[in-house]
Design a protein. Structure first.
Length: 159
């Protein structure tokens, strides 16, 4: 049990470092977040070989938020389209890997087209795992077969 907890924490740390290194926090944001018990880390993958891209604007809950076992919560990622139009009939938001915490379908299509410069909130109903530990789930936005970007959330389940 200790080895699996150590491995989970190690993997979460690696994910966090991967997310933080490419992004420089502004001094104002760092000062604002210094008094919080949880920290925010985000990862958005842009594919330069495609005309599709996005940027993450907001995420709730923040990464490393503490949850009770089997606690229900909603995760929302607000993303901004920084590339070609995302058409509702061919663009879907889909679970790709990590702990399956979603309580509904593994994917859904966008409710409407999203033009360049527009934002959309992508929400997923979730439930925390049964056992204490650190868990992450990763979702991606696909336009057809092209992955536009990916986002994730990391939570810590406590007793």
């Amino acid at each position: 049990m200790k080895i699996s907890r150590f491995f989970s924490l190690l993997m979460a740390g690696i994910l966090l470092m991967t997310a933080i290194v490419p992004f420089a926090a502004t001094p104002a944001a760092a000062a604002e977040n210094s008094s919080l018990k949880t920290s925010i880390s985000v990862s958005v993958e842009n594919l330069t070989s495609s005309s599709y891209s996005c940027s993450l604007v907001a995420q709730t809950p923040a990464d490393w938020t503490y949850m009770k076992p089997r606690q229900s919560f909603d995760t929302f990622w607000t993303v901004k389209n920084t590339g070609a139009v995302w058409h509702a009939k061919s663009t879907k938001f889909q679970y790709i890997y990590g702990t399956k915490m979603n309580t509904g379908a593994n994917y859904f299509y966008l409710p409407h087209d999203v033009s360049r410069g527009s934002k959309i909130a992508l929400g997923v109903d979730m439930i925390a795992p049964k056992y204490p530990g650190t868990y992450s789930t990763t979702w991606a936005l696909f336009s057809g077969n092209t992955r536009v970007c990916r986002v994730y959330v990391i939570i810590t389940v406590t007793r």
